[in-house]
Design a binder for this molecule. Structure first.
Ligand code: GTP
Ligand code: MG
Length: 195
């Protein structure tokens, strides 16, 4: 996809702040610090538009980015960050569950997993949630540049096995560092919105 324009639209904390123009939405879920915001920046070729940080827990709201007036990429807050309070954790759970259960324009969730590590309990819960709400899933194993190519296959198999990856789910190997997987992910988005 040729990126003509990208606009940061809103940091939403409540459903009444979500956009109302009904453009298809693709949301990114994953652990804190896994590389969600970096993936968005790579997808839209804007280095600093989505705030990234080596400090986990930066993204606290649903951040909406509109691309080419065609789709929204929605950056979720990361989960599993130990320093987040119990109250914040509960708020996060409620916000995400409301979103997943009742967001008509949501077309797919990209579940972002660090290729180096076995998916966490929270990753597995998120995957099960997506399945429960019958939301199409694309598992994105990211930070591929952090391990040798020769190990990619083994790690991807490990990730899929732990999640219980089902036929019909998408999988993309990604690196925000090298751009690996970027075109493939755009192809999935374009195919999904054309359906
Ligand atoms: P939260 O907003 O806290 O949930 O984090 P996030 O998932 O948005 O992670 P973010 O994109 O901020 O990236 C976290 C750190 O990982 C940063 O230091 C990034 O530079 C680094 N990073 C992200 N993706 C990659 C990747 O593909 N390769 C490498 N080598 N580093 C990456
Ligand atoms: Mg982020």
């Amino acid at each position: 996809m040729k990126i003509m324009n990208v606009e940061f639209v809103i940091s939403a904390v409540r459903p009444d702040q979500y956009p109302v123009d009904a453009l298809p939405e693709f949301a990114l879920a994953g652990r804190s610090n896994v590389g969600k915001s970096s993936l968005i920046n790579k997808m839209i070729m804007r280095k600093g538009l989505a705030r990234t940080s080596s400090q986990p827990g930066k993204t606290q709201q649903l951040n909406y980015y509109r691309v080419n007036d065609e789709v929204y990429l929605v950056d979720f807050p990361g989960y599993g960050y130990a320093k987040v309070s119990k109250v914040q954790r509960a708020q996060f759970g409620t916000m995400i569950e409301t979103f997943l259960s009742d967001r008509e324009p949501l077309k797919m969730v990209f579940l972002i997993i660090d290729i180096r590590h076995e998916p966490s309990v929270d990753d597995c819960l998120m995957y099960d949630w997506l399945k429960h709400y019958e939301i199409p899933v694309c598992v994105v194993t990211t930070k591929a540049d952090k391990i040798p190519k020769s190990k990619w296959d083994k790690h991807v198999k490990m990730v899929k096995k732990k999640l219980g990856f089902q036929t019909g789910d998408y999988h993309v190997l990604f690196s925000s560092e090298t751009g690996l997987g970027r075109d493939e992910l755009w192809a999935i988005i374009n195919q999904t919105i054309a359906e």
